[in-house]
Design a protein around this ligand. Structure first.
Ligand code: ACO
Length: 319
């Protein structure tokens, strides 16, 4: 048994923050941000708007696109770095919100790779017969863990959510998945505090990143991942129709596309309008490519991500 995608959806909060808005907050410029990252603007959740709010809009969208009833969903896996609460997990919050019946509901917390991890977990449940129709979501309110005085990180991130509905099928679907992590790099990209390691008095938990060092390991790891997918699936140049990467930085995406020998016209790009939305970026890019008609049934897609941990993952999918 395999899993195939039967519906996708996305949701972006209303408020748009441009690079020019950021110029008023920190010592930066639209020119620097665009040249170094490819980002022009990002969406920011409204006060009180939570990760599960964004996730529920995206999930409803995906369920509508799939043309199925919410009650037919038999597993929920949410990738997120910014859950509403310590518990219940965002999967359970979604389950209640969408009226999905009793079924396993969990969240996966592997930073920017969370969606690929969540997708792979759901796919394994389908392959072993434990689930037939999982809902997989990537949702983030990264704005809540941003230090808005740190110009090296605050210009990079945005909020949003993307979702896919999978269905059990006799043919793939998801052909190949690969996941990896290396905790030795934990200090290059992390948060300064959390729950059992609380923030110092009066402070909030904030993301920290040694961007330049992350950049180098990200490019090296993603190139290795591309080589692995090509080798293990005997792919030739031109076999992959669409590359749907995690949208952290246009330069990282371009380097990976070059290794894949795929032209940039065959890469789904949303980084300019969304910024880095962590777990949400891949399902939002996927939904963008599907809804605007570029990605068609039968196309071969490669999804890949790299994030804090470090964690990484890829997924080769026949859409
Ligand atoms: N505006 C203006 N100048 C800036 C800004 C800014 N916002 N930020 C940094 N600079 C300055 C630096 O201080 C530095 O100045 P100096 O030369 O006087 O020291 C200069 O610009 C160059 O800084 P670098 O860090 O070397 O710039 P780089 O080209 O590496 O770009 C960036 C920085 C965009 C962060 C890049 O390194 C990057 O994208 N890294 C990877 C991010 C990533 O992929 N993260 C993984 C996913 S995130 C997750 O998992 C949650």
């Amino acid at each position: 048994m395999y899993s195939r995608i039967i519906g996708t959806g996305r949701y972006l909060p209303e408020r748009v923050m441009t690079n020019f808005d950021l110029e008023k907050l920190v010592d930066t410029s639209d020119e620097w941000i665009r040249a170094r990252t490819g980002i022009s603007e990002r969406h920011i959740a409204a006060e009180g708007e939570t990760t599960s709010d964004l996730a529920s809009h995206a999930a409803r969208n995906a369920i509508d696109a799939a043309g199925v009833e919410p009650e037919s969903i038999d597993m929920i896996v949410v990738g997120t770095t910014t859950p509403d609460l310590v518990f219940p997990n965002v999967g359970c919050l979604l389950q209640e919100r969408l009226g999905i019946g009793a079924c396993p509901a969990l969240s996966v917390e592997t930073a920017c790779s969370s969606f690929i991890y969540a997708l792979t977990v759901a796919d394994q449940f389908v392959r072993t017969g434990l689930a037939k129709r999982p809902l997989v979501v990537g949702a983030e309110t990264m704005s809540r863990i941003i230090d808005w005085t740190d110009r090296e990180t605050c210009v990079l991130f945005g909020d949003g959510a993307g979702a896919v509905v999978l269905d059990a099928a006799s043919e793939p679907g998801i052909i190949f998945s690969s996941l990896g992590a290396d905790g030795r790099y934990r200090q290059l990209l992390d948060t300064d505090s959390g729950i059992s390691q609380p923030p110092p008095d009066g402070k909030k938990t904030s993301l920290r990143m040694k961007g330049n060092e992350v950049f180098k390991v990200a490019v090296r790891t993603l190139e290795g991942m591309v080589d692995e997918v090509i080798e293990k699936n005997n792919l030739k140049q031109g076999d992959i129709d669409w590359f749907v990467p995690h949208q952290a930085n246009l330069r990282i995406i371009a380097a990976t596309a070059k290794r894949l020998k795929i032209p940039m016209e065959r890469v789904i790009l949303t980084v300019a309008e969304h910024g880095n939305t962590s777990a949400a970026s891949i399902p939002m890019a996927l939904d963008t490519g599907i809804r605007d008609g570029r990605i068609k049934r039968g196309d071969l897609l490669l999804l890949e991500a790299f994030g804090g941990g470090f964690t990484w993952g890829s997924s080769l999918i026949r859409y």
